[in-house]
Write a protein that binds this ligand. Structure first.
Ligand code: FES
Length: 75
């Protein structure tokens, strides 16, 4: 079986979150987001899909620059 690992793709993006699922999909109602919601894009958060700040340690160890997606209402 050929894997998807190559020079461009590297290894899996998701190292540990809900690996028992064939695809990690989250659905939220926009009305439930409140005034501000911060979503993880580094796949290291213990509160995934929300950011818990774990991207900071990841960036330090791996010389990376990933950060969250912040959605907020206009003031
Ligand atoms: Fe993943 Fe913050 S913990 S972006």
């Amino acid at each position: 079986v050929k894997t998807l690992i190559d020079k461009k793709l590297g290894g899996p993006v998701n190292p540990a979150i809900r690996k028992e699922e064939s695809k990690v999909v989250d659905s939220l109602d926009i009305e439930d987001l409140g005034n501000k919601a911060v979503f993880c894009r580094c796949w290291r958060s213990s509160k995934f899909p929300y950011c818990d700040g774990s991207h900071n340690a990841h960036n330090t160890v791996h010389a990376d620059n990933v950060g969250p997606l912040i959605i907020k209402k206009k003031e």
